[in-house]
Write a protein of this length. Structure first.
Length: 127
């Protein structure tokens, strides 16, 4: 597969995973300094890793939530939590992922993730 084909596949997966609005904002905010990075993550993260057949999309989404909890990446956690919910990932496996993270990432990390999730769940419930 060429780099251009990998980029196109990655862009499709990125849009499918995060939504058109997010991807359009990221592209609109691209600068000459960030263009290579954006192309890199689109080709590699989205076109190479997220498209692999070894894990289903829901599992990948839950893994990302756990990793962003572990690393304290609140913005990415919120982005991927919203995307997972939009894609139909049920709350129960999300809650289980946060609970599991309490054991391996620490209770404070999980407590913070629950606070973020509670806010996002309330936003979604409010419509």
């Amino acid at each position: 597969m060429t780099e251009d084909q990998r980029y196109a596949l990655g862009l499709q997966k990125r849009r499918e995973t995060l939504g058109d609005a997010h991807v359009d904002r990221a592209i609109a905010q691209e600068t000459p300094e960030t263009a290579d990075f954006q192309a890199f993550i689109t080709r590699y993260a989205w076109g190479e890793i997220w498209t692999r057949p070894g894990l289903d999309s829901a599992t990948r989404r839950l893994l990302v939530l756990a990793m962003t909890i572990a690393l304290g990446r609140d913005e990415e956690f919120a982005l991927h939590l919203r995307a997972a919910l939009r894609a139909g990932v049920a709350r129960e496996p999300i809650v289980e992922t946060i609970l599991q993270s309490a054991i391996y990432c620490g209770v404070p990390a999980a407590n913070h993730a629950f606070a973020l999730a509670r806010t996002i769940f309330a936003e979604i419930d409010a419509g």
